[in-house]
Design a binder for this molecule. Sequence first.
Ligand code: 0PR
Length: 393
Amino acid sequence: MREDGADERQIFDELCEAGKKDVPYGRVLSSMCTAPHPIAAKAHRTFIRTNLGDPKLFPGTAAIERKCVEMLGDLLHMPAAPGYITTGGTESNIQALRAAVLSHGRVDRAKANVIVPESAHYSFEKASQLLGIRLRKAPLDDELRADPAEMASLIDKHTVALVAVAGTTEFGQVDPVEEIGKLALESDTYLHVDAAFGGFVIPFLKGCQPKFDFEVPGVSSIAIDPHKMGMSTIPSGGLLYRDEHLMQPLEISAQYLTSQVQTSLAGTRSGASAAATYAVMRYLGRDGYRNIVAQCMDNTRLLVDLLSDLGLQPVIEPVLNIAAFHAPARASGRTSGPQGDPQGDPQGIRKRLCDYNWYVSTTVRPCALRMVVMPHVSEDVVRAFAADLKKVL
Ligand code: 0PR
């Protein structure tokens, strides 16, 4: 830091220059985030000075957070579910497993394990490292969903939690939460549902809406992220528990604070996220989200149709607004060996798309090209992307 300060104009020139190097959302098909709704951004700015780490100093903002949690609970079939606004799916998943371990009573951490589907987000690796417990990964079925029988075979007396995913990161698949819920009840095990992505999509789908939330007996907690399909500002996550006694073990005494106890992972935390989430949920209502999801699903369908014409087949029929495609073998760019190149070359295609200023990602198992059709991925964007992909192939 320099001794003398700089003037505002110079600072903002520097910031604008840096910002110009960022990729505009209109070229991004790899992200679960999108530009926040203007209402969310406005509410965020208005509450920028608030700190929910000391809620008695900000009772108005704390009440907004409670209303936010109530709206999320209502969406997830349990309006009275306790919870709080987190910084995102990672914090929610860590806190869910922390609650599972703490509410389990006497746990030998060296032996304790959590059973996750192979498709679980890497935030569960972080949680397992932090909590000093093992992750047991259950293989998926042919449709890349968690296989309840495989999960059941991994349960033992040291199992502290099961995890199901409603909207997997790579393929947007929804696990059979009802069956996993039965397993949780039979084995008397905590069940956390990671609906960080799907939580703001599944309830608004036309037609089939797989059951994934508190409606399913056995579900103990749910992660749902307003900063993904909820159109709120970053960082906004949601973590909700079926009842108070599951959340209570997280309470840490903080007696010098006006509130006495704290259940969040972060200490100081912005009320701007709660204000933004409250504002956008109130503004859009269920109708607004239904329209957004319908548009994303239509554009996902369009993407599948246009890419099929180019010889790219989806790995699974998209369930949500995420689609992954097998790369055509001839796109490998190299002369294939005697066995050919059945997987194609998704990495090569991804890199070549960057030359056209398009950003997609690739999946691991199977290796495929992955696209997330967020609200910024409009019909025009899909068509322009498909046209450039044709050139790349
Ligand atoms: N659970 C699921 C199912 C997720 O997909 C993610 C994030 C998380 C939890 C963790 O959420 P936070 O990142 O909010 O803590 N999945 C995205 C991913 O890893 C996150 C992301 C978003 C990555 C935008 C890149 C990007 O540009 O792909």
